[in-house]
Write a protein that binds this ligand. Structure first.
Ligand code: SF4
Ligand code: SF4
Ligand code: FES
Length: 258
């Protein structure tokens, strides 16, 4: 039986207030350095109450190795910069408490994305490419009247759009997706979720036939194998399963009636 004040973890037990020694095994590689070879490097540090992986990595960079590369901006699960493989699972470093992990943790960069160095990947470049291919914006007609009044939107519809708009483009769903690993051009759950979002938007005049042109392929909705790795790892708990199934049905109909 666990005693009061004691935290049980997979690998060991610690008394609250007494720091465990953590071992962080971190992927190291600098593609810009011809002498750099991919390898794992182990760092040790003492756990402190409320420590997140972001805090642990920052301490390592400050106190042990200033060359360690990883990304962060907001430290609050908002910017989507700090996605990485934590014990093999895509997640945000700033939202992962070390006490939720064992005392030995393996960290690696998100696969699929271009590696900048160590744990840092270029999700922005991937997201921009996906966004341009899917045209993830509201098309504005050439004769738009810039002086016209904004049109009100039903609060319920605005809520539905907002629910899907919560995506922070962290890339976790792409890195956790078997199809994305096999098909370089697959737009991922993040791209399909964006189409679902714009499809709801009354300012977006595109029809399902137009959306079919964008995602009615194996690099779009028909490449998805519906295994839902994306929803399992999405740190914002977006309803990807529902959206992808709905979109598949709509695109099947659009493909048949086209
Ligand atoms: S459900 Fe589709 S998008 Fe999500 S992880 Fe599986 S193949 Fe990828
Ligand atoms: S859908 Fe979820 S996992 Fe995918 S990029 Fe958006 S927030 Fe990240
Ligand atoms: S630092 Fe912004 S999401 Fe983690």
């Amino acid at each position: 039986m666990t005693q009061a004040g004691t935290i049980a973890s997979d690998h060991n037990q610690v008394t609250a207030g007494q720091g465990r020694m953590l071992q962080l095994e971190i992927f190291r590689f600098n593609p810009a350095d011809p002498n750099s070879q991919p390898h794992m490097q182990v760092f040790e540090l003492e756990e402190t109450p409320g420590m997140t992986l972001f805090i642990a990595l920052s301490l390592i960079r400050e106190e042990q190795d200033p060359s360690l590369q990883f990304d962060f901006v907001c430290r609050a699960g908002i910017c989507g910069s700090c996605g990485m493989l934590i014990d093999g699972r895509p997640a945000l470093a700033c939202r992962t408490l070390t006490q939720s992990l064992g005392s030995c943790v393996r960290l690696a960069p998100l696969p699929i994305f271009e590696l900048i160095g160590d744990l840092s990947v270029n999700t922005g470049k991937w997201m921009r490419g996906m966004s341009e291919r899917l045209q993830t914006w509201v098309p504005i007609p050439a004769d738009v009247d810039l002086d016209s009044l904004e049109q009100p939107m039903e609060p319920q519809l605005a809520e539905q759009i907002y629910e899907l708009e919560r995506c922070i483009e962290c890339g976790c769903c792409v890195s956790g997706c078997g199809t994305a690993i096999m098909h370089e051009q697959f737009v991922g759950a993040v791209g399909l979720n964006k189409i679902a979002r714009f499809r709801l938007d009354p300012r977006d005049g595109r029809s399902d036939a137009d959306y079919f042109e964008l995602i009615g392929t194996d690099e779009g909705i028909f490449g998805c194998m519906s295994l839902m790795g994306c929803q399992d790892v999405c740190p914002k708990n977006l309803p990807l399963q529902t959206q992808l199934a709905f979109l598949r049905r709509k695109m099947l109909i659009a493909g048949v009636t086209d």
